[in-house]
Design a protein around this ligand. Structure first.
Ligand SMILES: NC(=O)c1ccc[n+]([C@@H]2O[C@H](COP(=O)([O-])OP(=O)(O)OC[C@H]3O[C@@H](n4cnc5c(N)ncnc54)[C@H](O)[C@@H]3O)[C@@H](O)[C@H]2O)c1
Length: 376
């Protein structure tokens, strides 16, 4: 079938603007319908982005020209909605995490396999020019052999911008499950699968208050640890330490530093699609005080076309047409979830927890991948 991909969306909330902005600009994609339990929300978004049909979930599931459905519901409903998409005979792209428990997430993957349908899992930020350029540079040896990484996501919390933030502090949310997918995905792209984890966690307060929108002032419970300190051991030998916190007045997020035998690379925020990439080299000479330490830092030029959310849907759609694997697979998304749940278990048990799942060699996008080209 050589025609643009028919795509539908389920979930017309906060993040749907970013998806719709991009998917409606990719020549290989046609967004044909939007569905939401709140049907007016779907209609509003459809009118805003010129999408021809909108209504309830069935508007999307029953649409005969839709091949891929993008699941933008909240985490607690991800598996249920993804399974209904598979049952309707369509491929799924789901927002992260793939689910909130291992059992139902694996069942989804098995059902998709049995039906010969694909599952793709966010984040697709790691397919952007930032992480992909860094990955290519590391693979060609620009920092020598990768040894360890340090990442930081710390700030005050998403109630500062999200009008309906309770789900971000409920089971399946928290800085770990909400933001961990970006950092763990970037690390798995560079270091390969995670073998074991150890972590400590705490809850800064038992409730929070909505800060913006019509629910402002409303209190909601914090069900998860809001600060988690993590150690990761990768199967192939690398290590990482990561902080995830929504208890920190100091904003220090998007920090990913990867140290190898010949340099430390700072890569862009893995919750963005690109940005500056630098490598700091080892000092060439001994430093004798009071001489200052002058570090040599070089910039790696970023390769590729910057787009945004929807990139993974496009890669999966083109891969389906070309009969090749896509990059952000269900297996990858499951490994990330398994790692994050293992971290939560380590917080509880105060023990190292082995990560049972793994992931096959993780693909990369070619440097000349152009989302704005018409290829289908
Ligand atoms: N908001 C962000 O900045 C952001 C960024 C990246 C990823 N995400 C992810 O995107 C997903 C959605 O987040 P959001 O911020 O847009 O949430 P949201 O609450 O703003 O929107 C979710 C939408 O899904 C609808 N919905 C919920 N359950 C449904 C169901 N069973 N069937 C049909 N519709 C249903 C809701 O009515 C709502 O319109 C989450 O998984 C989140 O982790 C959000």
């Amino acid at each position: 079938m050589a025609a643009p991909l028919g795509v539908g969306l389920i979930g017309a909330g906060n993040i749907s603007d970013q998806y719709l902005t991009n998917l409606t600009r990719f020549p290989d994609v046609r967004v044909l319908a939007i569905g939401d339990v709140v049907e007016d929300r779907a209609r509003e978004q459809a009118a805003k982005y010129g999408v021809p049909e909108a209504g309830g979930v069935d508007t999307v599931l029953d649409h005969r020209d839709i091949e891929i459905v993008v699941n933008l519901t909240i985490p607690a409903f991800h598996v249920e909605v993804s399974e209904s998409i598979i049952a309707a005979g369509k491929h799924v792209w789901t927002e992260k995490p793939i689910g909130v428990d291992r059992e139902s997430s694996l069942r989804l993957l098995q059902r998709a396999d049995a039906a010969g349908l694909r599952v793709g899992v966010a984040p697709d930020t790691v397919l952007g020019p930032g992480v992909q350029t860094a990955k290519r540079a590391i693979a060609r040896g620009d920092i020598g052999r990768p040894l360890f990484a340090q990442t930081s996501f710390q700030w005050q919390g998403p109630e500062l911008f999200h009008p309906n933030p309770a789900f971000l502090y409920a089971i399946g949310g928290g800085p770990l499950l909400d933001m961990g997918p970006y950092y763990v995905s970037a690390l798995v792209h560079v270091f390969g699968p995670v073998a074991a984890v150890a972590a400590l966690g705490l809850r800064g307060s038992d409730s929070r208050v909505v800060q913006v929108g019509p629910l402002s002032g409303e209190e909601f419970p914090v069900e998860i640890p809001s600060t988690v300190s993590v150690l990761l051991q990768f199967e192939e030998g690398g290590q990482a330490q990561s902080l995830y916190s929504t208890d920190s007045p100091l904003l220090r997020h998007g920090v990913v530093e990867i140290t190898g035998t010949e340099g430390t690379m700072v890569i862009p925020d893995p919750n963005t699609f690109g940005g500056p990439i630098t490598i700091t080299r080892p000092l060439a000479e001994a430093v004798v005080p009071p001489a200052p330490v002058v570090q040599q830092t070089i910039e790696v030029s970023q390769e590729g076309v910057l787009a945004g959310r929807g990139l993974g849907v496009l890669d999966m759609g083109r891969a389906i047409r070309e009969g090749r694997p896509h990059i952000a697979t269900g297996q990858f998304g499951y490994h990330v979830l398994d790692t994050l749940l293992s971290i939560e278990e380590s917080v509880e048990s105060r023990q190292f927890v082995p990560v049972a799942s793994t992931v096959d060699a993780v693909g990369s996008l070619p440097a000349d991948f152009d989302p704005f080209a018409a290829t289908l």
